[in-house]
Design a binder for this molecule. Sequence first.
Ligand SMILES: *Cc1c(COP(=O)(O)O)cnc(C)c1O
Length: 416
Amino acid sequence: MAGFTYHNQDLYCDGVRLMDIAGEVGTPFYVYSEDTLRANYAAYQEGFAELDPLICYAYKANSNLSICRLLREMGGGADVLSGGELFRAIKAGVPSKKIVFNGNGKTKAELESALEADILMFNVDSKDELVFIDELAKEKGVRARIALRVNPDIDPGTHPYIATGLSESKFGVHILQAGEVYHLASELSHIDVIGIHTHIGSQITEAAPFVEALKKLTGLVLKLREMGINIGYINSGGGLGISYQEEDAPPTPAEMAKAFRPLVAETGCRLILEPGRSIVGNAGALIAEVLYIKETPRKNFLVVDAGMNDFIRPALYGGYHRIIPGIIRESNVVMFDIVGPICESGDYLGKERRLARPHQGDLMAVLDAGAYAYSMASNYNARPLLPEVLVKGEEYHLIRRRQTYQEMIAQEEGGE
Ligand SMILES: *Cc1c(COP(=O)(O)O)cnc(C)c1O
């Protein structure tokens, strides 16, 4: 059984008891189930098999090299949005023809390194960026393959911070201006127009907004053909949600594929997908230790050793994550706020959770912490970055060791 389950009283990740990992690497730490990662990627491969898409895993969800390498070995490409993520993709061995470059603020240095790497395409976010890429390609004597990121003006019904396809969003070229920008692209000397792209948001739990966006894109592809602009790739971005709570029931990749198939077929284009959260989200957990149990007249707090610097989703988005104990106790059930050690009142992992009163030193697992978790961690409060552990069956290994205090100050004057 893959994922996080109890055997007797103890919580396991796949075949490994979390207490055993904690005993070796210390707490807090992140842990990932390789079986779950593989199953999530395979669900895309199998669900979309008929369309044979290029699956470009979205690096910003979790760019640990071992995870990137594992997905590359399964055939995955990379969706990168910075020079650093491009560097990681190349390090992970992703072939350049499977790399797409996203983002609304690509710098000159980032664009140049992507041109040198000869990536599959740039998902261009604005007219200015398009003209700039043409100039840089000309200087280098190369051609740049591009898609336009189109803003289809769709409300995906998700948190406003992660809705990206509304007309007021900063991302992409508005669909009403796309024809004009494509026309310009087709006239630039060092640009090859090969695709169309959109990404309407993240943690979307229904198929309808994706289908609506894809319809707008396919309509545009057909219109562009009439203008003599032939698009070979249609990229519907990422954004498929996961079940953080029981009531979230996102469609499966197979269900998405069924809805996409007729639309993509109509264009004859190759489909590109950019899933992030739905690949790594439920494969990971953050494991913390209970430091103190504090009962006050108003509230009960469980103070754990992981905080908002390790895991910011609750503080940043009000993100809900299930929190379960590392060991099942028969004690009274009490309502707790689970909080970290950071000096901020926004530093919490979960609020008003009913839990059997744990003991000091027990582990707590914050579930569904594979995506936008480690990748958003910081050194706030001068806390070192956590280790990451990958579990494979009954074995596990450290895929990133804990940062040391010395490493934390090494780039600073006087910190060598
Ligand atoms: C963040 C992002 C993704 C991945 O989104 P998920 O919700 O993690 O699937 C894909 N494409 C683009 C352009 C993104 O910005």
